[in-house]
Design a protein around this ligand. Structure first.
Ligand code: HEC
Ligand code: HEC
Length: 218
């Protein structure tokens, strides 16, 4: 016979697993664009979401749902994603984020080139929030950048520079990032900083093991 504590664990643990399982049909929709296991698919501009921080994925789904992302007329890719987030049942947002956060996928191949040395100089500011190796800092609400598709990073930096993302007052984390992107003065600066981020070869999933200095945050 099992000790009472083990029985309790069997019950509570299986409840936790059940709560963390999103409907298979929802996941099937997401991977249509985001690729098998959420590894990303450049052909449809859908980034890697496998192995990203669950709190960050959840916050972005909420941002799309609230129209903080994916509403600007010129933001074609954001406008493709937004209806997918809006269609989600509110009760599934957390479990869908957790499901993709727990996936493992091979690291993406670099597709862009830039001046790594100049990128390193630009990145000294970014490191304060995103970490010296792009590992992210949950205490500041800043996601990992290491292991993300480089074309997606460049695109997001252009979105911030154009104020198509991070421009809504209630989106306090987006506004912080918007304030920082001014240091990337042109397209070349974006390419350079992304080329430097490409040198952080660790996949996003490493970011889940937050550094000891990080509190629960966000
Ligand atoms: C029709 C294609 C499509 C489908 C289906 C789709 N997405 Fe997306 N998704 C995108 C695109 C394109 C982007 C990038 C938007 C941008 O560049 O701002 C994106 C971005 C995201 C982001 C932001 C990631 C980040 O790093 O900021 C998350 C999270 C996300 N999708 C989750 C999901 C989930 C969960 C589902 C299933 C419910 C889903 N997507 C279904 C195309 C899609
Ligand atoms: C003051 C802190 C801070 C600094 C400095 C900062 N960021 Fe960010 N960054 C954030 C936060 C917070 C977010 C998340 C915004 C959100 O939740 O929508 C973010 C988001 C991003 C994203 C979007 C990632 C994704 O998956 O959608 C990119 C790319 C990015 N930052 C790159 C940079 C680069 C490059 C620099 C340096 C030029 C930089 N950041 C400087 C705080 C910062």
């Amino acid at each position: 016979m099992l000790p009472a504590s083990a029985v309790l664990c069997l019950v509570t643990c299986s409840v936790a697993v059940f709560a963390a399982s999103p409907p298979a049909g929802v996941i099937a929709d997401c991977v249509l664009c985001h690729g098998t296991d959420g590894r990303g698919n450049e052909a449809v501009a859908a980034p890697r979401i496998a192995g990203m921080e669950p709190w960050y994925l959840e916050r972005q789904l909420v941002a799309f749902r609230r129209g903080w992302r994916g509403t600007h007329a010129a933001d074609d890719q954001g406008r493709e994603m937004r209806p997918m987030a809006v269609m989600l049942d509110a009760e599934h947002v957390g479990s869908v984020a957790a499901w993709f956060a727990a996936r493992e996928a091979p690291p993406p191949q670099p597709t862009l080139t830039g001046n790594v040395d100049r990128g390193r100089q630009h990145y000294s500011l970014c490191a304060q929030c995103h970490g010296v190796r792009g590992e992210g800092k949950q205490s500041l609400g800043a996601p990992a950048l290491a292991g993300q598709n480089d074309w997606y990073l460049a695109r997001q930096l252009h979105l911030y520079r154009s104020q198509y993302r991070g421009q809504v007052r209630e989106d306090s984390y987006g506004m912080q990032m918007l304030a920082m992107v001014g240091t990337l003065v042109d397209d070349q600066a974006v390419l350079d900083v992304v080329a430097f981020i490409n040198t952080f070869t660790e996949p996003c999933s490493l970011a889940v093991a937050a550094s000891p200095a990080d509190g629960p945050g966000s």
